[in-house]
Design a protein around this ligand. Sequence first.
Ligand code: FAD
Length: 488
Amino acid sequence: MTSIEVSKIEAFAQALRTKLSREASVVTAASDKYQESIARWSVAAEMQAAIIVFPDIAEDVSEVVNFAVKNHIELAVCGGGHATSGSSSSEGGICIDLSRFNEVAVRPKESIVYAGGGALWGDVDKAAAEHGLAVVGGTVNTTGVGGLTLGGGYGYLIGEYGLVIDNLLEVTIVLADGKIVRATALKEPSLFWAIRGAGASFGVVLGFTFLAHRLDHPVWGGALVIAIHELDKVVAFANEFFQISDPKSALMWGFKALTPDTFAIVAAVFYNGPEPLGTALFDPLLKLQLLANSTQNRSYWSMNTLLNEDLRSGQRRSMKGSAFFAPLDLEFAKQCLHDFRGLISEIPDAESSIMVFEFLPFHKVISIPQNATAFSNRGAYGNLLWIMSWTQVKHDEHIRQWTRDMSSKANTEFQKCKRIWYDDGVTQYGVGEYVNYDGLATGGPQAFGSNYLALSYYKKKYDPNNVFSKGPKILPINDEDSTRFEIM
Ligand SMILES: Cc1cc2nc3c(=O)[nH]c(=O)nc-3n(C[C@H](O)[C@H](O)[C@H](O)COP(=O)(O)OP(=O)(O)OC[C@H]3O[C@@H](n4cnc5c(N)ncnc54)[C@H](O)[C@@H]3O)c2cc1C
């Protein structure tokens, strides 16, 4: 798949227009809508697509896929546009922007919520709440339902209900041959298996159907800013918290610079229940020296907007993840802070970056076998995440490399612990990196571990020419491995 020669862009765009519904839009650099059409959450992930298509109906999407395949043009798909790897952008190719597929429909009696492939989590949170329901979704609800779901999906409710994909009932998807297919656990089960974790590599999902859950009461939660000298107490609390692992709770905390040389611990705390139970659980944290505290009774929707402002679009950003086992070693946490401080004193432009340890109760997530879905990061451990922010292009490479180095250092530690400690049937197969924390840019075997062989087999079945190539590299299986897979 290649890019379109500049001199041919308008002719291709014209040819494409004739195949689409009247309501679909086709945008090129000649349009005044071009800049906003290639905009992404991270400015550093924006690329100069030759053509951006805003399909209006399912058949438009099929036409664009067929057109790209026939003309050997690179194809990208954009949901909420939050990937920092650039996987929803294309340099010189065609981008399908799903923002018009943003319908959300609730069937309250059955506790079912439908969301279009280009809907945002905020749309889902709001619509579900109107019926006293909630869907397991992202903690920053400006993110897209599409990318977040197809990579797995963590949120405040995973302790009770599992990952976003564990609550996914059905998708409608356009495959590489342009066919529109419905996939569920019973209909096209291998496709449904593959899209739950590696979805971006298998097609364009037009709509998702989720199981929702009754949530008609306020939750308790908010953000804390804690003085940095309390680090040892925060680590001790977090380790205890993971030990208790109350499924109704969630804790994410990490480091943030208040100025280039003053650092603090920031935390998001959550309890799906009444305030007294929430405050009792988090009491040791609430007693520390707090520089800010926004905890209160609030709606689940409001909880998912808490971090939206800090994590707004418009900056250059890079995300990279790894994982850690509890008890989290205080020395390791101190080393992370030291490295983070070092980077920010070297590049003050990166001062609004944050580093996060996610202490999300994992028992429900690991009650499902590692090979039940393509998602390969189930385990008795937490995710670790760097969200780097800066403004100047000249820092791009240095900051990205620094983040990769940090992640790889943490992953070495993680792999060591995994070998020593875990044998619960799930954790030992966990890869220790969430693909959506821009493990999307990593290789398939690393991102999918023991599930990679099956993915590679299904890739050959559903997308043998690798039309959907922007995610982790999943190559169609070769004949020898194919036979090996079939007899397994
Ligand atoms: C501020 C912020 C907060 C986050 N919080 C969370 C969180 O709480 N929980 C969590 O699990 N993750 C979280 N993430 C990570 C998030 O899951 C990924 O960034 C995800 O890729 C976002 O999806 P998107 O649709 O917005 O992104 P996009 O950039 O649009 O898409 C990401 C990938 O998915 C593909 N894709 C998107 N939609 C479709 C579709 N409908 N059909 C086929 N392919 C599609 C794209 O082609 C691309 O490869 C967060 C990320 C950010 C930046």
